[in-house]
Design a protein around this ligand. Structure first.
Ligand SMILES: *Cc1c(COP(=O)(O)O)cnc(C)c1O
Length: 420
């Protein structure tokens, strides 16, 4: 059953309640390997479901446009201070509705339409909002894109430097959605400094690892840092923009009134709760275990003949290139879902197939680590992935169903916050 209880919802709107219960059970019974997902704590869930959703608070603590902020002001201030302390930054804005609006606020703060921005190409592992063509950021700004080296699968810092020197971007984004390796913030900072660009570290995926000391921090290298709060950081869906003091005013003005109206106070509360959790030893242990688990899973997959982009992982994320297995990413991901293992198909660098039917699978270990799984489970998961990918190739549904029942048995041994 969903926890906290949704008894009132069940009597008021059984149709929606059934779907919520169904989703809760699905999350409980599956091995969730989507690299951007996690399980938030019951405390975070409770904060999300509070009367704070009733309140409008346009502006910032002490400078609001509506009355009645006696409890919201200290609450947002707590969230801001916790973010500043946890990441060691001079400024934090906790109001962006999600990662994409947070990045759009960064553009609004530091660029004019048509200005040049540099980011990692989407099919190489970047994010839509780093100037990809279909995104507003690619349509309204002049985007130039770097990638990874063909031989190493790692960001090509020589290309980044050459491109930056030639194109003189005003803003350089580092970070992305499918980067299995440590981001060299210092190297990016040196290049940004040389060309007079503002370096923005988008740590959406790795914020929890950074907070937990399991990935180097961009602080001191990137004056502006954007992040979601719901990936490895294990908070509610939301985002933050952190910065040094010099860039603070422009960011605040861009978020409100530049881009957004009232902040989602229930989300702000849940972010504050997650940030407090992230400052604990337990969270540090989790962050390191996420990385250890990813390494164990990568090793077990490589032993079974899976090609991993860049040869492995330094963080929570693994990118498999299925080309040598003779199956596309999409049919493999769909078969794995039927086998109780949830992940997403993904392009791999230099993909020969189309974006809707690419060659790769992307996996992450944050959610399974939150459930308490360790090295033994990672080996078991690799074995199931291997069997399921073979079964997908053979069209053997019975094997997939068998794995799904074994998966349910395993997950039943690992408690899920949000389920009782
Ligand atoms: C997830 C992600 C975002 C966008 O976050 P949303 O909350 O989905 O809008 C931005 N940048 C990076 C690098 C991401 O991984």
């Amino acid at each position: 059953m969903h926890q906290p209880s949704i008894a009132h919802l069940a009597s008021a709107d059984p149709e929606i309640a059934r779907l919520v219960e169904g989703e809760a059970r699905r999350q409980y019974e599956k091995i969730r390997l989507i690299a951007s997902e996690n399980y938030v704590s019951t405390a975070v869930l409770e904060a999300c479901g509070t009367v704070l959703t009733n309140k409008y608070s346009e502006g910032y603590p002490g400078r609001r446009y509506y009355e009645g902020q006696q409890f919201i002001d200290p609450l947002e201030t707590l969230a801001v201070n916790r973010a500043k302390e946890l990441f060691g930054v001079e400024h934090a804005n906790v109001q962006p509705y999600s990662g994409s609006p947070a990045n759009l606020a960064v553009y609004l703060a530091f660029l004019e339409p048509g200005d040049t921005v540099m980011g990692m190409s989407l099919p190489m592992g970047g994010h839509l909002t780093h100037g990809w063509s279909v995104s507003a950021t690619g349509r309204w700004f002049r985007a130039v894109r770097y990638g990874v080296r063909r031989d190493t699968g790692r960001v090509d810092m020589d290309e980044v430097r050459e491109l930056a020197r030639a194109e003189r971007p005003k803003v350089i984004f580092c970070g992305g959605t499918a980067i299995p390796r440590t981001i060299d913030f210092a190297a990016f900072a040196e290049i940004a400094q040389e060309v007079g660009a503002i370096l923005v570290a988008d740590i959406a995926h790795i914020a929890g690892l950074i907070a937990g000391g399991a990935h180097p921090s961009p602080v001191g290298h990137a004056p502006v840092i954007s992040t979601t709060t719901h990936k490895t950081l294990r908070g509610p869906r939301g985002a933050m923009i952190m910065s040094d003091a010099a860039h603070a005013a422009a960011i605040d003005k861009a978020v409100f009134p530049g881009l957004q109206g009232g902040p989602h106070n229930h989300t702000t509360a849940a972010i504050a709760v997650a940030l407090r959790e992230a400052a604990t030893q337990g969270f540090r242990d989790y962050a390191h275990a996420v990385v250890t688990n990813a390494a164990a899973l990568a090793e077990a997959l490589a032993e079974r003949g899976f090609d991993l982009v860049s040869g492995g992982t330094d963080n929570h994320l693994i990118l498999i290139d299925l080309t040598s297995k003779g199956i596309g990413g999409k049919p493999a991901a769909q078969a794995l879902d039927r086998a109780g293992i949830e992940l997403n198909y993904n392009t791999v660098p230099f993909d020969q197939r189309k974006p809707f039917d690419p060659s790769g699978l992307r996996l992450g270990t944050a959610a399974v680590t939150t459930r308490g799984m360790g090295a033994a489970e990672m080996r078991q998961i690799a074995s199931w992935i291997d069997q399921a990918v073979k079964a997908a190739g053979d069209g053997d549904e019975a094997v997939l169903a068998q794995i799904a029942s074994e998966v349910r048995e395993l997950t039943a041994a690992f408690p899920m916050p949000g389920w009782a």
